[in-house]
Design a protein around this ligand. Sequence first.
Ligand SMILES: *Cc1c(COP(=O)(O)O)cnc(C)c1O
Length: 372
Amino acid sequence: MLLDDLRPRLLLGPGPSPVAPRILDALGRPTVGHLDPQFLAIMDDVGDGLRHVFGTDHTMTFPVSGTGSAAMEASLANVLEPGDTAIVGVNGVFGGRLAEMARRMGAEVVTVEAEWGRIVEPERMIAILRQHPHARVLAVVLAETSTGVEQPLAEIGAAVAGTETLFVVDAVTAVGGTPVEVDRNRIDIAYAGTQKCLGVPPGLAPVTFSERAMERIRTRTTPCQSWYLDVSLLAGYLGSERKYHHTAPINMVYALHEGLTAIREEGLEARYARHARIGARLQGALVERGFRLFAQEGHRLPQLTSALLPEGREEGPLRARLLEEHGIEVGGGLGSAKGKLWRIGLMGHGATDESVDRLLAAVDDVLGTRGA
Ligand SMILES: *Cc1c(COP(=O)(O)O)cnc(C)c1O
């Protein structure tokens, strides 16, 4: 009953993003066993597709069963042991989540904070790294979905490369929308989620581990605190042994496979260019309507725009009207930005001129503005 009444929405929030029909079709393919050779071939292909979108040669690249936060947890839990130092850049919700997880794992967490809406200056991260030469992990968020900021990585990666520290990057909102370049940026561990720029429903979380990270995992003195997310056990299934660990979410893997195929067909560079163009178009149009862009200029993500509403406008009721009257979902502010701004995602299949046209028409309607 409830399902029959479900009305489609145009998903222009911080995720999930719109899912193309071909991907929904893939979800409906016959479920087979997780040790079926047909499925194993699909899983191997998914590994190749993920290496392509991450920009890496790392062998240990696979989808974690769970959402982005599960991959965040896997990324930290496998390499941290109680008493280890973890340096975490915090300029929004997701940096805060990384720090909280690391603390729960018993790590000594050193946060490098920056104002929401601004990057964490690479020099500051590097200075803190120099003060903690034995830090196990240095983590930052590449695409901070709570603010719309894109964090520069190259300098940090170069500084981390010659040390004992592993470079961990949250690329959840970046993958498939803006470049991650794991190998070029000397990233040891990066993770994503399917429901942002990959354009697949929520439920899987791609992750990649460098050989340096795998070596760290092999030389741990205590077992990984999470059994489910233990990469050394997962390797038994993903590698040639094909040993049962947990049942892979079969149909979600089909969907991810289809999403990665769509990316190959479009071409990664063309896809980045599409996101860049569509995001810039929306940002320009919002400014014309009296919105102020929240993220620091020069570091704005095209796939996630955070915009402060025109003076005197209350965001909550207007956002509710976008959903109820226009069937369009956008996000509100989180944490310190709560009640102040909209977070508009133009991700994956949703990053189109048509999405922007529909959204602007709806915005003009609820704000009483006129399209320029
Ligand atoms: C969405 C998101 C996450 C968490 O992903 P879930 O799928 O909600 O668990 C983590 N980091 C960033 C930057 C995100 O945008």
